[in-house]
Design a protein around this ligand. Structure first.
Ligand code: PGA
Length: 254
């Protein structure tokens, strides 16, 4: 019982999105490796797929983990443009973001697809970072709780037996890349809803499942967000592209 309830270290994961280049990646990672030595948390960078090999070698033997931004729900075959979990595994990928709002919006990923992607990751020993979050219109209509619970329920439905292995990221769509951050209280309120839902699905594991906050988290607001009871880390977009900013967020973990 005690071990099942043990909290993981907090996780600070960078989501580079479609940014980077061989030279820029190397400079960024060298700065991170130099600065992240005493990190009191787990650290990962989710990079564009063409750079897996480069980033894998630069991070070899370091405590910074490699992550992907997406993963195919399928094992192999005629799925042009997709990358399977087994392929990611060959490059040492430890985490895969699934269901990011940009994938839901621009690639029409449904809750069911997101659940299958999480399943494919888990089956290959890759930790899915399952993103949920409401749009501004949904928040204004009072639907926040309903939306995030529906999104998480689909993943729990398919992956209930190993739900303790997932990471959840609450990313209000209106806060992503906008400079508008959820207040610590707004974020904590939704995180508590998600924690309760996880508790319902897997009571003994729920306290240990990491729920990250994402959406304009930066060096200035990270400490206060990360101090909330149910905020177990961050998924960082823009600020993960600048080494000093990302390092400050890592240092903000108490
Ligand atoms: P942002 O992106 O930090 O740039 O708002 C977060 C994300 O989309 O994961």
């Amino acid at each position: 019982m005690v071990s099942a309830m043990t909290k993981h270290a907090k996780l600070i994961a960078g989501n580079w999105k479609m940014n980077g280049g061989l030279n820029a990646n190397e400079a960024l990672l060298r700065a991170l490796l130099q600065g992240a030595g005493g990190a009191r948390c787990d650290v990962a960078v989710c990079v564009p797929a063409p750079y897996f090999s480069q980033v894998q070698s630069l991070l070899a033997g370091s405590p910074i983990a490699l992550g992907a931004q997406d993963i195919s729900a399928h094992a192999q075959g005629a799925y042009t443009g997709e990358q399977s979990a087994a392929m990611l595994k060959e490059f040492g990928v430890r985490y895969a973001i699934v269901g990011h709002s940009e994938r839901r919006q621009y690639h029409f990923e449904t809750d069911d697809v997101v659940a299958s992607k999480a399943e494919a990751a888990l089956a290959n020993g890759i930790t899915p970072i399952v993103c949920v979050g409401e749009t501004l219109a949904q928040r204004d209509a009072g639907q926040t709780e309903e939306v995030v619970k529906r999104q998480l329920a689909a993943v729990i439905h398919v992956n209930g037996h190993c739900i303790s292995e997932i990471v959840v990221a609450y990313e209000p769509v209106w806060a992503i890349g906008t400079g508008k951050t959820a207040t610590p209280e707004q974020a904590q309120a939704v995180h508590a809803v998600l924690r309760a839902q996880l508790h319902h699905a897997a009571s003994e594991h729920a306290p240990g499942i990491r729920i990250l906050y994402g959406g304009s988290m930066n060096a200035a607001n990270a400490a206060e967000l990360l101090a909330q009871a149910d905020i177990d880390g961050g998924l960082i977009g823009g600020a993960s592209l600048k080494a000093p900013d990302f390092l400050q967020i890592i240092a903000a973990v108490a």
